[in-house]
Design a binder for this molecule. Structure first.
Ligand code: FAD
Length: 295
């Protein structure tokens, strides 16, 4: 199939982009890497009358850091984030999640912000952003709005951006601090497929080896990425022994609300949530202790 007819606009500044979005409202869609939008348009699951291509706006491909925060611009590619030394060293969970999105060829075009904006409940990057307490910076004619990841993901393929808002940047607090480890693990049917379930975990230990801070988010187990807050509370102040991690995995699985589909039944997704929560916790704890996790 071919896409329905649409007008193609290529603004050269953020101001021009938000003007175009304000003029066309819900009839317009931002085009970033096109790895999801073009497929939807070709199958006519999306029929925007205006496409606002943001790829020609200068300086939106930045990956930088200041004051303990990593910044990722709207057209920074998933592959660039995966390989950027700054991301790998300061928010290794995010680089690890990027490395598991699709295939290299898709990651070279697909943007990090586009994946977050697309809000696929099975996608890796929304769950990673949620576990990292990241934020989305939105711009419109009215100015700038900073949205916590927890408030950004509304439902399947639905985010909290208004039609005239454009996500210009992600902000991700640095996790590379003492005694902190993280891990992103997933299971998909084939290499490069969207995961049936994925678990992203950040664990900080105190000087005695007990959990000082834990953040866990899953994809593929509900209408939006899920933060496992009860599990985080359970872990706080406890030594992360195997029995505790098994208990944490049970609690997380019980909190999921998965939907069965052609890729996996609801029961299998819940089973994966249990297995992957435990696995991601074990790896994150081992990394926090600086144990060899590649063995
Ligand atoms: C073969 C294949 C395999 C894939 N496997 C995976 C996978 O395993 N995991 C995974 O997560 N994804 C997967 N994807 C999807 C891929 O990661 C996309 O790159 C991603 O979902 C969207 O990023 P994009 O830059 O291509 O966005 P686009 O396709 O350009 O846009 C996607 C949506 O987000 C909106 N949008 C984009 N940028 C912005 C912005 N800055 N502000 C506001 N709205 C915006 C668009 O309007 C559109 O609605 C796969 C895609 C393909 C083709």
């Amino acid at each position: 199939m071919k896409p329905a007819a649409f007008a193609y606009l290529a603004p050269s500044s953020v101001e021009e982009a938000v003007d175009r979005l304000a003029e066309h409202g819900p009839d317009a869609r931002v085009l970033a890497g096109g790895q999801s939008l073009v497929r939807l348009m070709n199958t006519r699951l999306a029929t925007p009358s205006v496409v606002v291509d943001v790829n020609r706006i200068p300086d939106l491909d930045h990956i930088g850091a200041d004051n303990g925060t990593v910044h990722v611009g709207a057209i920074a590619r998933q592959r660039s984030c995966e390989l950027a030394p700054l991301v790998r060293s300061r928010v290794p969970l995010f680089a690890e999640a990027c490395s598991q999105v699709a295939h290299v060829s898709v990651r070279k075009r697909g943007t990090v912000v586009g994946s977050v904006a697309f809000a696929d409940p099975c996608a890796e990057l929304p769950a990673a952003l949620l576990a990292l307490d990241g934020q989305v910076v939105a711009r419109s004619r009215a100015g700038e709005r900073v949205i916590d990841a927890d408030d950004f993901f509304v439902g399947p393929f639905e985010n909290s951006l208004a039609p005239d808002e454009f996500a210009v940047e992600l902000r991700i607090p640095v996790t590379a601090v003492e005694r902190t480890g993280s891990a992103f693990v997933e299971v998909s049917r084939r290499h490069g497929d969207l995961p049936m379930c994925g678990a992203s975990t950040v664990v900080q230990l105190d000087e005695d080896g007990a959990v000082a801070n834990a953040r866990i988010a899953l994809c593929g187990v509900g209408q939006r990425p899920m933060r496992a807050r009860d599990t985080e509370d359970l872990l706080l102040g406890q030594r992360p022994a195997d029995e505790l991690l098994a208990q944490a995995a049970e609690l997380t699985a019980a909190a999921t609300d998965p939907i069965g589909d052609c890729h996996a039944s609801a029961a299998f997704r819940r089973h994966l949530a249990r297995v992957l929560t435990r696995r991601s916790l074990q790896t994150a704890v081992a990394r926090a202790r600086k144990e060899d996790t590649d063995a």
